[in-house]
Design a protein around this ligand. Structure first.
Ligand SMILES: Nc1ncnc2c1ncn2[C@@H]1O[C@H](COP(=O)(O)OP(=O)(O)OP(=O)(O)O)[C@@H](O)[C@H]1O
Ligand SMILES: [Mg+2]
Length: 512
C-alpha cells in the first residue's frame, strides 16, 4: 500500500466481531474508510449496521478483531471516551431531554461559560445559528418534549454536527425528515466532507446513498458483503447485494377497483381543534389511502384524531365492517375495540412494550375485547405463522422487543394488528427504518390485508412510498384536504404542486 493511500485511510475495521449472548451480531467484518468521504453502511434489518457504529461510538467493546484509527488501535471505553477521541454520533433513537429547551439540549454538558457563569445569551445565539444551518427556524427556547419527532431529529442532528470531531456517525438520520430537510442534510454532509472529515451514513434509502455517499459498505447477517465506490454500482446491483436476490417488484400491483366498494371509514366534518378547518373523506374497503403534504400540515392530526388520540376532536366518523356500522368515539380504547388499529410514527415510545417479548407484544392486540391480559394464552400457532409471514429476525418469539433491530420492531407493530383481526388500519410512516426487502414485504402484507376487505389510511414522509403504494392520495395543506388524486396516475410534481400552492418559500420546512 502506498504512503499516500495510507495517509488517507482513516478507520480500518479488521476482522471485527461482536456477540450478544450466543448470537453473532458481527462476524469478521473488515473494510477501510477514507478521510474526506461520506461512507454509507447499508444492509437488511438486523444486518449489524448499528452494532458496528456503536462499537466505534464506545457503547460496547469489540469481542474479536480490532478497529484502527490512522493505523493505531482504537478502543473507546465509553461514549464520552469516543467523543474525546473525536467521534460524534447522531443516534437513530432520540436522546434529547424533554424538559430542557432546544438551546439547553444542544449545549448539554458543554455550556459556554462567561465570567464563571453559563453564558445563556451566547448559548442561545449559537443555538439559533446551528438550527439555521439546517434550514430550521424553530424557536430555540421550546422544550424538546413539545417538538414533533421530525423536529427532535433536526435538533439531534444539529447537536451531533456541532461537536468538535473528525468522525461523524449518522444512523438513519433522515427516517423522520421530509424532502427539503434531507436536502439541507446533504449540504451539511458535503461541507463536513470538504473539511476532511469522515462521515458514516447508515441508511436504507438508496437515493440518498447514491446522492450523498462516495463509497458504500453492505453488511448481511453480521458479515461484510462488499465495499464499493457508489458510482461503480447501479440501484439494482446494490439491492441484490443487500437482499441477495433481485427484487422484481417493489410495490404490489393495485387491484382493479370495483365501482361500488363499501365504505369502511366515513369521515365527515372532522375537526381536530375547535375552530380549525374540517375535513371530510371516505376510505373504502379494499383501499389504501395516503395523506400527502409537507411535514406538519395536519396529516398526522387527522390520523391521530381517528385513532382516538385527540379527545377534543369533533365530527362524525362512521366505521363499517363485518360487525356492522357504528360511530367512532374519539377515545383510544373504544377505537381499538371497534376494530381500528394504529401504528404510530415513534414505535419505541408509543407503540411497543420494549421490555416484553415479541409474542406478548403481538398478543396485546388480541386483547382488545378482554380485560385480564394475564389470562390470555399465548397463541403459539398464530404467532409462529405471523413471525414467519413477517419474516421477523429474532432469537425466537420470547426475545424482548427492545433487543430487535429497528425494522424488525416495525414488523412486530404491524403484526400485532394483523393478528388482532382489525379491519381498519391507521399507519404513520409504515416502513420507517425498514430495509428494502422488508419494505416490499410490508407493502405486500398491507395489500393482502386490503384484499381481505381491510382498509388502510396512511401518511409517509417518503412521497415515493405513497405514490407506489396507495390507491388514492389526499393532499393536505394547512389542515385541509386540497386535492384528491388517483394513486396510479399521480406524480411527485403533481402532489408537490398542490402541497405548495401559495407558498413563496417553495420547499422550505414549514411549521404547523
Ligand atoms: N443490545 C442487544 N442485545 C441483544 N441483541 C442485540 C442487541 N443489539 C443488537 N442486537 C442484535 O444484533 C443484530 C444486529 O442488530 P443491529 O441493531 O446492529 O442491526 P441493524 O443493521 O442496525 O438493523 P436496522 O436496519 O433494523 O436498524 C440483531 O440480530 C439484533 O437483534
Ligand atoms: Mg440500526
Amino acid at each position: 500500500m502506498s504512503a499516500l493511500v495510507c495517509a488517507a485511510m482513516m478507520i480500518s475495521f479488521d476482522k471485527v466481531s461482536k456477540r450478544f449472548g450466543s448470537n453473532f451480531a458481527l462476524r469478521d467484518v473488515s473494510f477501510d474508510c477514507e478521510a474526506g468521504s461520506v461512507h454509507a453502511i447499508t444492509g437488511e434489518n438486523g444486518a449489524g449496521k448499528s452494532t458496528l457504529m456503536n462499537l466505534l461510538a464506545g457503547l460496547f467493546p469489540v469481542d474479536g478483531g480490532e478497529i484502527r484509527l490512522h493505523g493505531k488501535q482504537l478502543s473507546p471505553k465509553s461514549p464520552a471516551d469516543a467523543r474525546s477521541l473525536g467521534i460524534s454520533t447522531i443516534y437513530q433513537e432520540l436522546t434529547l431531554l424533554p424538559n430542557l429547551t432546544i438551546a439547553e439540549n444542544l449545549f448539554l454538558g458543554r455550556e459556554p461559560v462567561r465570567l464563571g457563569r453559563i453564558d445563556r445569551s451566547g448559548m442561545r445565539e449559537q443555538a439559533r445559528s446551528m438550527m439555521a444551518r439546517l434550514g430550521s427556524g424553530m424557536d430555540i427556547d421550546t422544550y424538546c418534549g413539545n417538538l414533533s419527532v421530525a423536529d427532535q431529529h433536526l435538533v439531534e442532528i444539529a447537536k451531533g454536527v456541532s461537536a468538535d470531531a473528525d468522525i461523524f456517525i449518522f444512523d438513519e438520520p433522515t427516517a423522520a425528515l421530509n424532502a427539503p430537510e434531507v436536502e439541507k442534510l446533504g449540504e451539511l454532509l458535503a461541507s463536513l466532507k470538504a473539511q476532511g472529515k469522515l462521515v458514516f451514513y447508515v441508511s436504507h434509502r438508496l437515493d440518498e446513498i447514491f446522492r450523498f455517499c462516495d463509497r458504500v459498505t453492505v453488511l448481511k447477517d453480521g458479515r461484510h458483503v462488499e465495499t464499493r465506490e457508489t458510482r461503480a454500482l447501479t440501484r439494482d446491483g446494490l439491492v441484490s447485494l443487500m437482499v441477495g436476490r433481485v427484487l422484481s417488484k417493489f410495490f404490489p400491483a393495485r387491484p382493479a377497483r370495483s365501482e361500488a366498494a363499501p365504505v369502511a371509514l366515513s369521515v365527515r366534518d372532522l375537526q381536530v381543534q375547535e375552530g380549525g378547518p374540517a375535513v371530510s373523506f371516505d376510505v373504502e374497503r379494499g383501499e389504501i389511502v395516503g395523506l400527502a403534504g409537507l411535514e406538519g400540515q395536519g396529516q398526522r392530526d387527522i390520523i391521530r384524531a381517528l385513532s382516538g388520540l385527540e379527545p377534543s376532536a369533533s365530527g362524525m366518523v362512521i366505521k363499517s365492517g363485518e360487525a356492522g356500522s357504528a360511530p367512532l368515539a374519539f377515545d383510544v380504547t373504544k377505537t381499538v375495540r371497534s376494530g381500528v388499529g394504529f401504528v404510530p410514527e415513534d414505535r419505541k415510545t408509543e407503540g411497543l412494550y420494549l421490555s416484553l417479548s415479541i409474542d406478548r407484544n403481538i398478543t396485546l392486540g388480541m386483547l382488545r375485547r378482554l380485560n385480564v391480559w394475564q389470562l390470555v394464552p399465548r397463541r403459539h400457532d398464530v404467532i409462529a405463522e405471523l413471525m414467519r409471514r413477517l419474516n421477523i429476525r429474532s432469537a425466537g418469539a420470547r426475545q424482548e422487543v427492545g433487543e430487535l433491530s429497528g425494522g424488525n420492531q416495525q414488523k412486530v407493530m404491524i403484526g400485532r394488528w394483523l393478528a388482532a383481526g382489525i379491519d381498519v388500519l391507521l399507519l404513520e410512516e409504515p416502513t420507517r427504518g425498514v430495509d428494502v426487502g422488508a419494505k416490499a414485504e410490508i407493502y405486500e402484507l398491507l395489500r393482502e390485508f386490503t384484499k381481505g376487505g381491510g382498509a388502510v389510511l396512511t401518511l409517509s414522509s417518503e412521497l415515493l412510498e405513497l405514490l407506489g403504494l396507495c390507491d388514492r392520495i389526499l393532499v393536505v395543506r394547512q389542515n385541509e384536504i386540497v386535492a384528491e388524486l388517483d394513486g396510479a396516475q399521480a406524480t411527485e410534481e403533481e402532489v408537490m404542486r398542490h402541497a405548495l400552492v401559495g407558498r413563496a418559500d417553495n420547499g422550505v420546512h414549514v411549521d404547523a
